[in-house]
Design a protein around this ligand. Structure first.
Ligand SMILES: *Cc1c(COP(=O)(O)O)cnc(C)c1O
Length: 378
């Protein structure tokens, strides 16, 4: 059966991008590759809406976040880690591994972090060096209040805002410079429609200044060395040449579609998916759903892990199950990257068939019809 991938990373890779990566190997110390590098850098800056450096690393998104912690912080630094899911928890753990003094602003999974709690943590800790937030918490599908948090951090000269935008950049507009985001991280295998293996990190002037006093150990992820090389369209170490050939093509595709149209498309797909969930008599788990992933709350009579496994085994579709304590309670449909309207119709149809096989009562076609109506504006 045809394979269909609707997980929050890796996501499907367009044929054009696959072809761009299939050419002969290019040496990275050549004018031809420098040109690729330059197009990747400027394309990323456009998507990030920034004049800052956006550095390209041969790592997953987690590596790019680690590069930020290693480069801009010191052992003992106070960090406010905002978390309400698996990925936010990861950054708190990572900061602790580097010896940071982590103040956790923790919210129940599925809920949005109340901005008042962030403000209280900042007011109580004037010496905070960094605030971490996950724009789209992929484990639950919640969209976090990045704009409001950025307003709290922007004018604090010694506090950096780190944003994990791994399933947000390329899904909705994130104006890095307008919001004053110091460090914005994403990875290749989500909305950027590439295979896994590249991490991206933007760095503000405030962060470069902080790097002068930062004492965390670093070598591969020393961003100052990367900056000095990448400004010359080189990298300190061997770059992921083929992935960057693909990156240039993917960025070109996004530019051709037009970034506002890319964001509109994601909003449209997300809205229809949510309508389909309601049409099937189910509900969305996230209090404020992100346009990248729809997490579906399962009633006690429906096991989320069984839905995930039925789609996998019976229909060759990979969605995502729930993580940790949500393993049986939710399933997640990702629609970020290379997706269109009929991809949504297909997965909804398959879910209706899967839950029917699992003896959950659903009117066949009700979710599909709800999605179709949403697309047609009816
Ligand atoms: C996928 C994901 C990550 C992890 O990225 P890797 O590329 O697997 O290291 C981190 N944060 C969020 C929100 C993600 O969706």
């Amino acid at each position: 059966m045809k394979y269909r991938l609707l997980a929050p990373g890796p996501t499907p890779v367009p044929e054009r991008v696959l072809l761009a990566m299939g050419g002969p190997m290019l040496h990275h110390r050549t004018p031809a590759f420098e040109q690729v590098f330059e197009q990747c850098r400027t394309g990323l800056q456009a998507l990030y809406q920034t004049k800052n450096d956006v550095l390209i690393l041969a790592s997953s998104g987690t590596g790019a976040f680690e590069a930020g912690i290693a480069s801009f912080l010191s052992p003992g630094d106070k960090v406010v880690a905002i978390h309400n899911g698996k990925f936010g928890e990861r950054w708190a753990k990572m900061a602790k591994a580097y010896g940071a003094n982590v103040v956790e602003v923790k919210t129940t999974w599925g809920k949005v972090t109340p901005i008042a709690e962030v403000k209280a943590a900042l007011d109580a800790n004037p010496d905070v060096r960094a605030v971490f937030i996950v724009a789209s918490e992929s484990s639950t599908g919640v969209r976090q209040p990045v704009e409001e948090v950025s307003a709290l951090v922007k004018d604090r000269p010694d506090t950096l805002l780190f944003v994990d935008a791994i399933t947000a950049l390329g899904v909705w507009s994130i104006p890095t410079d307008v919001l004053g985001i110091d460090v914005l991280v994403t990875g290749s295998q989500k909305a950027l429609m590439l295979p896994p293996g590249l991490g991206f990190i933007s760095v503000s002037d405030k962060a470069w200044k902080a790097m002068e006093r930062a004492k965390n150990p670093k070598f591969y992820f020393d961003l100052r060395r990367e900056r000095d090389n990448q400004r010359k369209n080189q990298s300190a170490f061997t770059p992921a040449v083929s992935l960057m050939m693909g990156l240039r093509e993917a960025l070109l595709m996004l530019k051709e579609e037009g970034h506002p149209n890319v964001f509109d498309r994601h909003a449209r797909l997300a809205k229809a998916t949510r309508a389909a969930v309601a049409g099937m008599g189910l509900s969305v788990f996230a209090e404020r759903p992100a346009d990248s992933i729809t997490s579906v709350q399962c009633p006690p009579t429906l096991n989320g892990d069984a839905v995930y496994k039925t789609l996998r085994d019976r229909y060759n579709i990979t969605i995502a199950g729930g993580q940790d304590h949500l393993k049986d309670g939710v399933f997640r449909i990702a629609h970020l990257g290379y997706f269109d309207e009929l991809d949504i119709i297909t997965v909804v149809a398959a879910i209706e068939m899967a839950v029917t096989e699992l003896k959950f009562p659903v009117t066949l076609g009700a979710g599909v019809a709800a999605a179709q109506k949403s697309f047609l504006g009816k």
